[in-house]
Design a protein around this ligand. Structure first.
Ligand code: AHR
Length: 307
């Protein structure tokens, strides 16, 4: 498939830096911090004039930032949409202004795919499936119910929707695998801790925690330890991201399995910006390659983990 270029961008005047407006989700997690650094470092390496904004996990702030970039007539706009829905109007405004838009990390649910050039990022359904498959394998011989609690990411975000769906798909074949509670922890450590405290209060018999990111798992670990339980032993923990703090907890046996979500999207994004400006056709979807880590794997790679 190709992008079917949304708008023919005007090449920047000779000697002028390429300007890129980037509307980031926020600074909610270790993953996001690494993602922001990757984008800022690679924009610098590419010699771009980067205009960067942090939406503090609010869609209206992102929309405002995108409108500012349109007014500033940047060459390209890129953003990581906090939620999937509600982007058509502002994307149409960018298209009318002939400014190409690149999605990174998270998708939008717009039916009109000509509103953006490409989407660079992970396959979140696949990530949820990897987590679910590991749980299904671990408990394949279970004779009793396995009680699972789930900490979801930000409500309405692509990773929360997709990681939930992928996980559910993989465990549905075993009726002993029961998700007894599922609530958002907004991808943050503080909320992960708070919701896990509530889960522990409401349910005395939790066997498994599936957290949609490491930060929520790390917050939940604090709650589990405060309740006098051993994370990774009394409660099996699976999370997504594989940031350094998550990998450290995995190497200590507190997280049993981590599905990788790669935040280092900067180089691919800058390449895409150059290609768009050069008038090249881009693939509509650029999927990031990622792995998985058990506690043993985490021990081996921890020292080299950069983020
Ligand atoms: O969109 C990617 C997700 O957003 C990461 O898994 C999570 O940590 C972040 O906040």
């Amino acid at each position: 498939a190709n992008a079917g270029a949304t708008a023919a961008p005007a090449a920047p005047a000779a000697g002028k830096k390429i300007s890129l407006g980037f509307a980031q989700v926020g600074a909610e997690s270790g993953w996001r911090t690494a993602n922001t650094k990757s984008i800022q470092d690679s924009a610098k390496d590419a010699g771009f004039d980067l205009k960067f904004s942090d939406a503090q996990q609010k869609q209206e702030n992102q929309i405002k930032a995108i409108r500012t970039y349109i007014q500033q007539k940047v060459d390209v706009i890129a953003f990581s949409p906090v939620v999937e829905s509600g982007w058509d109007t502002v994307l149409k405004e960018a298209k009318d202004a002939k400014i190409p838009v690149i999605l990174t990390d998270r998708a939008v649910d717009s039916k009109d795919t000509s509103l953006y050039v490409t989407f660079i990022g992970s396959d979140f359904v696949e990530e949820g499936k990897k987590a679910g498959k590991w749980v299904a394998d671990k408990y394949k011989d279970a004779k009793e119910d396995v009680n699972i609690v789930e900490l979801q990411g930000t409500t309405g975000s692509a990773p929360a929707n997709d990681r939930k769906a992928g996980f559910a798909e993989e465990i549905k074949g075993n009726t002993h695998l029961k998700v007894i509670a599922s609530q958002t922890g907004d991808f943050t450590r503080a909320k992960g801790k708070e919701v896990m405290q509530a889960f522990l209060k409401a349910h005395k018999d939790i066997d498994v925690l599936y957290a949609h990111n490491d930060d929520m798992a790390l917050g939940a670990i604090q709650a589990i330890e405060a309740a006098g339980l051993k994370p990774g032993q009394d409660i099996t923990i699976i999370s997504v991201d594989a940031v350094k703090d998550g990998m450290t907890a995995a190497s200590e046996g507190k997280i049993n399995f981590i599905v990788e979500c790669n935040p280092l999207l900067g180089p691919q994004l800058m390449q895409a910006v150059n290609d768009v400006i050069a008038g090249k056709q881009l693939e509509k979807r650029i999927v990031t390659k990622e792995g998985v880590f058990t506690s043993e794997d985490a021990k081996k790679v921890l020292a080299d983990r950069q983020y």
